[in-house]
Design a protein around this ligand. Sequence first.
Ligand code: CTP
Length: 441
Amino acid sequence: MRVVLGVGGGIAAYKAALLLRLFTEGGASVRVVPTESALRFVGEPTWAALSGQAVATDVWSDVHEVPHVRIGREADLVVVAPATADLLGRAAHGLADDLLTNVLLTARCPVLLAPAMHTEMWQHPAVVANAALLRERGVHVLEPDSGRLTGADTGPGRLPEPERIHAAALALLRGADGGGAGDGSSAPAATTPVCDLEGRHVVVSAGGTREPLDPVRFLGNASSGRQGAALAARALARGARVTYVRAHTDVPDPAGAHVVPVSTALQLRDAVLTAARGGGGADAVVMAAAVADFRPAAPAETKIKKSDGPHDGPDDGPGLDLRLVRNPDVLAGLVAERRSGGLPAGTVLVGFAAETGDETGSVIEHGRRKARRKGADLLVVNEVGGGRAFGTADNTVVIIGADGTERAVGPAPKERIADAVWDAVAMRVPGSQPVHPRGDL
Ligand code: CTP
């Protein structure tokens, strides 16, 4: 994938170096095209060293290769971060007085602009009109974050974190794949609402907890954490800020998530509650973690020895008795907290239920009962046992809504299951639009 990273002349240019790393670590070839004033903030050697490619700001270098046309034409994606007020103005009005604005005129791929400037500038009618004009033409203009600006002041205008820009860029590309943007037109892809969770904060718990028996042993479970990781990755791709409360998993953490590593159910409970309550709260909490229902009542401080068991007797004779105590039910705790006003009423709560059918009911019957018992907005029910669900790439689920809706999804890769879950969440978060309102899974 060939990415052009345009860098405007703002203090946030330093964050573009991190964005560049995210693209190159993902295997992209990145050509950095800074403006002349961007180089006052971060110098040419930094861009050249990090990208491994030549860096120019004007159209007079390597003229024989016609870079002002070639770079834009060959790009699969153009991302500009930070996009200053000046750059937005020049882009909106088709000016071409440096290499970057030439690239913007010649590119036929998706274009993502990440504005950053002071609040007064971002809210000035001229800038508002320029951003609107660019959007009308199919350019994807991210909303800046709200927060601390260059000085002591705060407000909207802050460059979104590199991870969010990266995720939005990847989502835009995926939209382009599905939207037929290979036909030379950037408009259909860029107007696809691929970032329906943009500006949202979601908490995803993943993996299996471990409850210590002694310093080296634990009670654990077979969760690989794949479904939770896929949920976090897809939420990031759809523009969300993701807190990823990760117990023990077999898979890498999704790039761009805020990772809170935990081990036991109690640690997981504390981390999930803190993330759901803090910093303006969460729009959704998805409990994909396999949380142990019980823990040893008194974990040993030193390693349990064979001699701690019965001294004589056959090898498979009576062993050691363990006493277990109940762990809190984290999901039920979230539901109770929301009811009592400790969490915003609009927080969407999602549980997963790993079920096996038995003489008292089928998988879905157990799921329906659990959905009523747990009181979450959505319960994602899947059948486990016989090699199903745990550690596999695919999954088959039924998403049960507290409103009585049921949607069967799969067999499908866990990423597609994750998207179906976020579709259902997005419908319940006020103000969001589902990206995949389709029943084709
Ligand atoms: N869960 C939780 N806290 C626990 C146990 C489970 O928050 N102590 C969450 C899981 O993350 C999952 C949902 O509850 O989202 C259902 O988990 P599951 O193990 O299927 O249900 P349990 O309530 O433990 O019921 P049971 O094991 O009796 O079927």
